[in-house]
Design a protein. Sequence first.
Length: 346
Amino acid sequence: MNLQEVLFNIADTPAVAGNEGQRAELCAEYLKKYTKNVRVSGANVIAEIGEQKPEQPKILLDAHIDQIGMVCTHITDDGFIKIGNIGGLDRRLLLGQELRIFGKRELIGVISSMPPHLKTDAKKPPEIDEIYVDTGYSSKNRAELEKIVTLGDPVAFNTKCKTLLNGRVTGSSFDNSAGIAAVLLAAELLAAENRAFTVLFSAQEEVGLRGAYAAGHRLKADAAVILDATTANDLYDGEKEIQAICRQGEGAVISIADGGTVYDNRLIDLAVKTAGEKNIKVQFKEAMTGGTDAAAYQRSAGGAKVLGISLPARYIHSANSVADKRDIEACYDLACAMASAVHEND
Ligand SMILES: [Zn+2]
């Protein structure tokens, strides 16, 4: 499986939280290469791979399948579309962006912006209710627009993945198409070794870990390894000390704690030891920001031990994030090594 091909294919298939169906079907097709036991439940994709022995711990590899986005909430008399946010959008980076509106047919829209020389408070990011989407229609076409767009239709950034210099890539939803690609590549390697594990691509993580909560109760994992993306705030090195959180190009990010979870110390120690033995580049997340599906697995069924492995990505929750393919490789190498190490160190 080619990392860039899988990553781009998943990232360019829209999956705004609550409307993940198309990406869920695509991921299910990938997983069917390794097992017949794949199902799409709601928009959660669940696969059981290998033969689980009763005495072995049940290991779950998780990546959320959804992405942040928007939803149509109103059509104005002037023929503009009003939108609401699904998940935490970076509002500073919205104006002028091109959008895909998934109505009865797909439309392209542009987020309207007042020219800077007419704006008095240009430094302030717009509130979501101050934003209007221009589809080209006006008051004269409003009735026609209403036939295509229904309130509740999902909206995503119109960004296609592209390669940058130095092994880096750009796309709109590496949070969390990178996590999904890492799990798929790990699944390929682990299935070849005949390892037993469960894969969950969870729905609606960005709006409250909802798919993971629902599936966690049923799957009853002993250990859950969560692959997600996290903020690399590593741009302004120099004179003043900044909190980078993590750094691009420095490998897989291991979380100690975040807004929802204190991660399992024994799994963290095992991850660091295993990474050292296998020569996998890792770094710690230097902040307690954000949160992952781990919070759901810690609180579901008997409470799984959790390990968070994240991709250091720049500009997440915007139209164009940037990732380093070598960091994604480090994420799936570590996920694979941990799936083996948890069985062997149980
Ligand atoms: Zn995420």
